[in-house]
Design a protein around this ligand. Structure first.
Ligand code: 2U9
Length: 339
């Protein structure tokens, strides 16, 4: 059988397979022990010595052509949607797998969790769909209280109200109802507000709230814990508290860290003040303790709350909150490798 190199090469290149079996018989036909290339290489002894080098080269290029054909066909077959035939091995990597990364909101949440776990806080979680008592009434938001308008949400049922929670305070109420003090928890999670979506606010966002209830807990304890957090998370040692109001805490305060005014960004995010608001806090209102069966004459406590998206936007210089919800991989893959 004279070696007609080009004819064999055409045969190889024009080959196509619909199934793995057809590909296997092609492989055996050419590369098998009794295959075409084996038979051809056996002829080398009949070739004149000066012609053997060329003969060898031609054999090798045919061998390469067969191996390339097998490799390409494998890929095609693995991409080919299989009808009734044998299931393609979906688990087989197709060479384009791209390592994901943690979402910036998850990175900030985990870091906040680790900081508070270091000082003895445990993580509490609870339902996103809440009843009126746990989301409002137990937190000193009586019916018709104007503060409820600040926290409009999405109602699943009315009278009795079942709605998407507006804060994770509901989780802390559930812990207060089911656990005797001392209570030292943080409640991270997704919350909902019936608000217009813009570059600054979204109807879904994430919070981490915290609660510490025990005998003789003071405002100073709260400030010390917040100073510890500001140092650990922001690396900032200077904080200030501005009087504020929340139905569930009295006294209440907004907390700012001194961010600085080193560059244009600092000027923009601190509105030229150097101070950046990071969270709110306050001493738990006695009505809230009572509502969950905790005696305010024996126990006192402090609470705090922060919005995770806002902190992530400052940390990663993200100008529009919507980017955190649109799952655009071009945006998300910037966080590759950051865990
Ligand atoms: C109980 C008692 C008190 C939770 C608190 C804040 C202050 C606060 C805001 C931060 C940014 C909401 O996400 S945000 O818009 N929250 O400033 N939250 S004190 O107080 C509680 C919680 C539970 C039982």
């Amino acid at each position: 059988m004279a070696l007609d190199h080009d004819k064999v090469l055409d045969e190889i290149n024009s080959f196509s397979a619909e199934t793995e079996e057809e590909l296997e018989s092609f492989r055996i036909k050419y590369l098998g022990k009794k295959g075409v290339l084996k038979a051809l290489s056996a002829q080398i002894k009949d070739i004149a010595p000066e012609g053997r080098k060329e003969f060898g080269r031609s054999l090798n290029s045919l061998k390469q052509a067969v191996q390339d054909k097998i490799a390409d066909t494998k890929v095609t077959l693995s991409e080919k949607p299989t009808g009734g035939g044998k299931q393609a091995d979906q688990t087989k990597p197709n060479g384009t797998e791209d390592l994901g990364s943690r979402h910036p909101v998850s990175m900030v949440r985990r870091e906040i969790e680790m900081i508070f776990q270091r000082i003895g806080f445990t993580i509490a979680e609870g339902p996103e769909i809440e009843d009126d008592w746990h989301n409002f009434s137990a937190l000193n938001f009586p019916e018709e209280h104007p503060a409820r308008d600040m926290q409009d949400t999405f109602f699943i049922e009315k009278d009795p109200d079942i709605a998407l929670r507006t804060h994770t305070s509901s989780v802390q109420v559930r812990v207060m109802e089911s656990q005797e003090p001392p209570i030292r928890i943080i409640a991270p999670g997704r919350v909902y507000r019936n608000e217009a979506i813009s570059s600054r606010s979204h109807c879904i966002f994430h919070q981490v709230e915290g609660l510490y209830i025990d005998k003789g807990v003071t405002f100073a304890d709260m400030v010390q814990t917040i100073e510890y957090f500001a140092k650990a998370f922001f690396g900032k040692t200077k904080i200030r508290l501005r009087p504020s109001y929340f139905p569930f805490t009295e006294p209440s305060a907004e907390v700012d860290v001194y961010w600085g005014l080193e560059n244009e960004t600092d000027h923009r995010i601190t509105k030229g003040t150097g101070w950046l608001e990071i969270m709110g806090c306050g001493m738990v209102d006695p009505n809230v303790l009572k509502a969950s069966g905790i005696d305010p004459d024996i126990y006192s406590g402090y609470a705090f709350g922060m919005g995770i998206e806002r902190i992530a936007m400052n940390r990663f210089q993200i100008g529009d909150i919507r980017m955190l919800f649109e799952n655009d991989v071009r945006f998300l893959k910037q966080f590759k490798g950051a865990w």
